[in-house]
Design a protein around this ligand. Structure first.
Ligand code: NAP
Length: 260
């Protein structure tokens, strides 16, 4: 497949590498121009292009940027794109990084908001796995250690394609319902970065109640605070560290009341 990526940071670069290794043609773009992605493109075997060109030849466009960047995309992002282009959002909302986005503060599912901003159907996937789990914890089908990623969206064909990509890079894909249900995989949820096997993931997501949803933002902010207190991680500037899965997954599981 022809896969375009907007965003080539922790998640985007990792997806580019894995999807290229799985045999796809991969194009990557960021806000600063293709020349700034030349080294990564060479290393991964992808092609660096500009944001306005990345959707053009793509079957699937994966958007992996801080949520606030969605509003900065050029208006002609989808010029020349296929009508049935599958758009995927890996994003999560953190007001500390993204600034306050009022509809999200009020509980609108994040990717519904993204779809509204883009004026296109969007699938939510790859948002609930940390960069180093994505990088290191893919396992062959049937392996007892293989865990699952939820895929939410309103178009079944699009979800099936994304589930197929997830399966190819070492994880089980779970249909998590429509975008209206995608809050179940957002930060603050028991499904967020807890690396659960497929049947456990389905059970946990289905068990999340309306009361749980009402406290999702509060749970997200509390989990973020604890996450930032972890002593180890990759320095991402401004005094923050991106924690490693060996520390963050047990923390998320414990906050969600899940056994280790
Ligand atoms: N890190 C994780 O473990 C993790 C896990 C799951 C989901 N996520 C979510 O996935 C998204 C990406 O996370 P990340 O950690 O990969 O972020 P990141 O490392 O900061 O990378 C963000 C990428 O987006 C690009 N970008 C920023 N603004 C842009 C714009 N206006 N137009 C085009 N490209 C733009 C950046 O490049 P330029 O600045 O050069 O444009 C960079 O390549 C976030 O929403 C995050 O919450 C992260």
């Amino acid at each position: 497949m022809e896969i375009g990526l907007i965003g080539a940071g922790f998640i985007g670069a990792c997806l580019a590498r894995k999807l290229k290794d799985a045999g796809h043609t991969v194009r990557i773009a960021n806000s600063r121009g293709p020349e700034t992605l030349a080294d990564l493109a060479k290393e991964v075997g992808a092609t660096a292009v500009s944001v306005v060109d990345v959707a053009k030849q793509s079957d699937v466009l994966i958007i992996s940027v801080p949520m606030k960047a969605i509003q900065q995309f050029p208006a002609n992002l989808f010029d020349g794109a296929r009508r049935d282009l599958i758009v995927v959002d890996t994003g999560n909302y953190y007001s500390m990084r993204d600034g306050r986005i009022e509809p999200l503060e009020s509980g609108m599912p994040e990717t519904m908001w993204v779809a509204e901003q883009l004026g296109r159907p969007v699938v939510k996937a790859f948002n609930n796995i940390s960069f180093d789990s994505l990088r290191n914890q893919g396992r062959p089908k049937g392996s007892p250690e293989r865990f699952a990623l939820p895929v939410a969206g309103d178009n079944q064909r699009a979800k099936d394609v994304v589930i197929g990509l997830i399966e190819e890079i070492g994880f089980d894909g779970v249909d998590a319902g429509g975008l209206d249900a995608s809050w179940r995989q957002q930060p603050g949820s028991a499904a967020y970065c807890t690396n659960l096997g497929a049947s456990r993931l389905k059970e946990v997501m289905q068990g999340l109640t309306a009361d749980y949803r009402a406290k999702l933002g509060e749970r997200r902010d509390m989990a973020l605070k604890k996450m930032l207190e972890l002593p180890n991680g990759i320095d991402i500037g401004q005094g923050f560290k991106l924690p490693f899965a060996k520390d963050s997954v047990p923390l998320n599981r414990s906050l969600a009341g899940l056994p280790d």
